[in-house]
Design a protein around this ligand. Structure first.
Ligand code: PLP
Length: 394
């Protein structure tokens, strides 16, 4: 059969396969009912207090701490600024070990702090920094390890903590994908010296833009609060060269609303994930990730990995093929951060040093997943993936 033969544009209740009527993107934010948003907007209008530790800010910080079971939360205007401040608050210098398999903000945060990123390869099980390869990358200049819980799957936290303790290194997690994830009944945001969350529009929990740092004591949080507010420690006292990274009242109100719906959002995402897995089972050369048994996962992403030798088509061919049906997956994370011009001359950035990350970056395709995605689309996407092997290659 040739591509697009015998197909019609129908909605997702029609026969498979079909071309989606509208562009289906990899994600779409869950938004609470507008009437509820208007409710908190009215309160902001009445108070005329838009930012600088307003009532919603205080309320959301507390609600988030309760939700995460992490008492020391500091809210930020986005995750990138939270990463920058996390590195400042621990005074990280010299070199930090990190993963090339992430969104560029992870490495950029190091660069902005004048810290040299040292890339270490990932493990294939969950695409996270491989603890077995960390020790050999430690030098006299290393002061920190900055791993990422990629797709929300927890890193090997005990092993990484053990290494950090032995070598006297700080451990800062980029937990941008891991909102709401628990491991062994504990929030994943509780691990490491600091964990950084993102509430960007593409994330499983969103305040349009937003982020947070989770720390373990009041003193550290106090310093974080200074740093995110220009270094102000009082009306006329500036104690550090801080930045402006405060979350505003609109974002905080949004956060309070979103918390109410988080369980619903995860339930919807879980159902989509189960359907994908069921329908993609047993296709030669297509694999996906499984959460560890002790993990309560947030179903933030649904990445598949295309082994072109077995599947008969490359990841890029599949990516383009799905686009012709109006399904826009994303190659997260491709290219590797280490292959961007700004970082590729670093000694640790070679493909030889990063064989697993290099292979996975060429194989990965994140499929559409969001609460409003109809299961008919999931079935269509899975059918397109299954049938693509037998399509005429001309
Ligand atoms: C792994 C990772 N780190 C950091 C960020 C940056 O967060 P933000 O967009 O909230 O600045 C993102 C995504 O946006 C991310 O995916």
């Amino acid at each position: 059969m040739k591509e697009n033969d015998s197909m019609m544009t129908v909605n997702c209740n029609g026969k498979l396969p079909f071309i989606a009527e509208e562009k289906i993107t990899v994600t779409q934010p869950f938004l609470p009912p507008l009437s509820e948003v208007n409710g908190f907007m009215e309160k902001i209008w009445e108070s005329k207090w838009l930012t600088n530790y307003g009532n919603f800010h205080k309320e959301f910080e507390k609600a988030l701490a309760d939700f995460l079971g992490a008492p020391y939360v500091a809210l930020f205007t986005n995750g990138t600024l939270a990463l920058l401040v996390a590195l400042q608050v621990l005074k990280i210098t010299g070199e930090a070990i990190t993963t090339p398999y992430s969104f560029v903000a992870t490495t950029h945060a190091l660069w902005w702090n004048n810290i040299r990123p040292v890339f270490v390869d990932i493990e294939p099980g969950h695409c996270n920094l491989d603890p077995d390869k960390v020790e050999s990358a430690i030098t006299a200049q290393t002061t920190a390890i900055m791993p990422v819980h990629v797709y929300g799957h927890p890193c090997k936290v005990s092993r990484l903590q053990e290494i950090a303790d032995i070598y006297g290194l700080h451990l800062i997690y980029d937990a941008a994908h891991a909102f709401g994830v628990q491991s062994g009944g504990q929030s994943i945001a509780n691990f490491g010296d600091l964990s950084v969350l993102s509430f960007h529009a593409t994330k499983v929990f969103t305040t349009f833009e937003g982020g947070a740092i989770i720390c373990h004591d009041a003193r550290t949080r106090k310093r974080i609060r200074y740093l995110k507010n220009f270094g102000f420690a009082g009306e006329t006292t500036v104690v550090a060269p801080g930045i402006n990274a405060k979350m505003n009242e609109f974002q905080a109100g949004m956060g309070l609303l979103q918390l109410k719906y988080f369980a619903y959002v995860v339930e919807k995402r879980k159902a989509i994930t189960s359907r994908y897995k069921e329908l993609l089972q047993g296709i030669d050369g297509i694999s996906f990730l499984e959460p560890e048994p002790e993990v309560d996962y947030n179903y933030a992403y649904f990445p598949i990995f295309v082994d072109s030798g077995q599947y008969g088509r490359s990841r890029d061919e599949l990516y383009e093929h799905l686009k012709t049906y109006n399904y826009f997956g994303r190659r997260y994370f491709y290219p590797l951060i280490s292959s961007f011009n700004i970082y590729k001359s670093l000694p640790s950035a070679t493909a030889k040093n990063l064989p697993v990350a290099s292979r996975i970056a060429d194989q990965v395709l994140c499929l559409p997943i969001y609460p409003a995605l109809e299961l008919g689309h999931v079935a269509n996407i899975a059918g397109l993936i299954r049938n693509f092997q037998s399509f005429d290659k001309r």
